[in-house]
Design a protein. Structure first.
Lengths: 326, 237
């Protein structure tokens, strides 16, 4: 790996996977479609997982309730989109964009507020106690699912897409969904914003330092518990944004969405390495690309492929591909 | 009046009682050395002063104010810096980022930074390197530099010579001598040769209690007392 490190190290893995898939799939148009689908799916999973990784890494909190924010984000966005249904189908692109922006903003706002409540009421009493964290956050996830059932019912809900994100782009013989391209761009923008936050601001410096050594950050004069709240709210808001985007991607959602995504989000965080945004992005892209390629080549192995991938990576790098330095 | 006074400080960690009525005074200026065998309670004493462990009872008076039970961040803002035994360096951050975190407003005082470069030239050389890539001695320099980048009244330093080469220890001693001209240092040290070269006042902790207090000169002169209190840890003498 020494020589490979000079050219990007583990960050070359998505390229290597894509190259191997290109050979195995054979048809360039199918490969391109699958690759774009994988990248956009990876970016949405990154949105959901990045907060969990930071919360895991910085706060040492095993938050099994994280996917509740994904579910709420999806359902709230679906409701807002349904409310503004007329704006979505109108030919007016400004109304289209406004309705979609309001849906995402509602999901983000709810996620941040729910994150604040969750941290203060549920997580704070069980800091430093992993067993209780697992029990109480799983309990919170069940309660959240029941709340969704009570508010939205148990039937699948159709999620309308804004008109401007409908349709496909044809490049050569490949058809690329506009919604997927948008999801990829949005994920990339969020990643860039997170990167700037973490690497170019004092708050980011404190978060990165806190991931490594909370006690020392306190001994330098900072209230780490206040940074915790900000990170928790940010992580929850991102999960809700990921959920909102996922709702539009799937177009049909059920209350089990959060629990379904939880498995994949945990795989991503573990593969990527705790507390690292770069690691989370890497993990998300690898998992999503693998799922799409294997789903095409050997559909029955799609879910198992991610489990095998996680096992292989953990045997190779027990701390994940790019963990924060501890 | 002493800069720092501990009065009957009791500390328990989990079900274990570690400090039992620790009492001593640290005068302002110079280096005060806390000696003792492994597991005597020296590190627990420093951590309790810093607020990283809360005393169950007793007082930690700093400039006449009881700071026992305050949050560590509040204690740091009162002018106390801490250099832990493991140095507490943020390995994933650069040397510059480690330093900037220790400043109050994210900006360096040029004069202080120049002084730090003079004391520890390696830090200027590796300014933009990630801290994990530094050697053990350079990490210790960074940990001390972080403690003095802002004006402090008291610096708590836990076993700074542990695992360092003799030449680095000598350089560290020179640096502490210069720093202690303006800032009080409370030094926990097992290397008695290093400790006695710096300390003016001292105390010895045994089984969580202070069993001796006095001047370093008197302690150095009393070989029998040294043998009795530090028999397992005075190899460096």
């Amino acid at each position: 790996m020494g020589k490979l490190d000079r050219f990007g190290g583990v960050f070359l893995l998505p390229l290597i996977i894509a190259a191997v898939a290109f050979v195995l799939i054979g048809a360039p148009s199918s490969w391109l479609t699958l690759t774009i689908a994988g990248l956009s799916m990876g970016m949405m999973i990154f949105l959901m997982a990045s907060g969990l990784s930071l919360v895991f890494g910085l706060m040492d909190v095993l938050n099994f309730g994280h996917s509740a924010f994904v579910s709420f984000g999806a359902f709230i966005a679906a409701s807002v989109l349904a409310y503004f249904g007329g704006w979505l189908t109108s030919g007016n692109i400004a109304l289209n964009i406004l309705a979609f922006t309001l849906a995402l903003a509602a999901a983000i706002t709810f996620g941040a507020a729910a994150g604040w409540f969750f941290e203060r009421v549920i997580v704070k009493p069980v800091y430093r106690d992993h067993l209780r964290q697992i029990l109480i956050t799983m309990g919170a996830l069940i309660v959240a699912e029941q709340l969704i059932l009570a508010v939205w019912g148990g039937s699948p809900i159709n999620v309308p897409r804004p008109h401007f994100l409908e349709g496909t782009l044809i490049i050569g013989q490949s058809s690329l969904e506009i919604y997927r391209l948008f999801a990829f761009v949005l994920g990339a923008v969020v990643y860039a914003a997170l990167y700037i936050l973490l690497n170019r601001t004092r708050m980011g410096l404190l978060i990165r330092a806190g991931v490594e050594n909370r006690e020392m950050v306190e001994a330098l004069g900072f209230r780490i518990d206040r940074i915790f709240i900000v990170v928790f709210m940010l992580g929850s808001a991102l999960a809700s944004l990921g959920g909102a985007m996922w709702a539009g991607y799937e177009t049909i959602i059920t209350p089990a969405l959060g629990a379904q995504m939880m498995v994949i989000v945990f795989i991503v965080v573990i593969i990527g390495g705790l507390g690292s945004i770069q690691g989370t992005l890497l993990g998300a892209l690898i998992v999503a690309l693998m799922q799409n390629y294997v789903g095409f080549l050997a559909p029955k192995l799609a879910l198992a492929s991610n489990m095998l991938l996680m096992m292989a990576i953990l045997l190779w790098r027990p701390s994940g591909l790019a963990p924060a330095v501890k | 009046m002493s800069l720092l006074s501990l009065r009957g400080v009791d500390v328990s960690i989990g079900q274990y009682s570690v400090l039992h009525g620790v009492t001593f005074d640290v005068p302002e200026g110079g280096v005060f050395v806390l000696l003792g065998r492994n597991g005597a309670g020296k590190t627990t004493t420093l951590r309790s002063i810093m607020g990283l462990w809360k005393p169950q009872s007793g007082q930690v008076m700093f400039r006449g104010e009881n700071i026992a039970g305050l949050h560590a961040s509040g204690i740091a803002r009162k002018g106390i810096a801490f250099v832990p035994e493991n140095m507490g360096i943020f390995g994933g951050l650069t040397v510059a980022e480690n330093m900037v975190l220790a400043t109050a407003r994210g900006k360096f005082d040029d004069a202080r930074l120049t002084r730090i470069y003079e004391l520890f030239p390696a830090l200027e050389q590796f300014w933009d390197k990630q801290a994990w890539s530094l050697s053990g001695g350079q990490k210790q320099m960074l940990a001390v530099a972080r403690a003095i980048i802002e004006p402090r009244d008291l610096i708590l330093i836990d076993e700074p010579t542990k695992g360092l080469a003799p030449s680095i220890i000598a350089a560290m001693g020179e640096a502490f001598r210069e720093i202690s001209a303006n800032t009080t240092i409370l030094l926990v040290e097992q290397n008695f040769a290093f400790a006695k070269s710096l300390g003016r006042e001292m105390a010895v902790i045994e089984d969580g209690q202070v069993v001796h207090r006095g001047s370093m000169a008197d302690f150095v002169a009393d070989q029998a007392l040294q043998d009795r209190l530090l028999s397992l840890s005075a190899e460096g003498a």
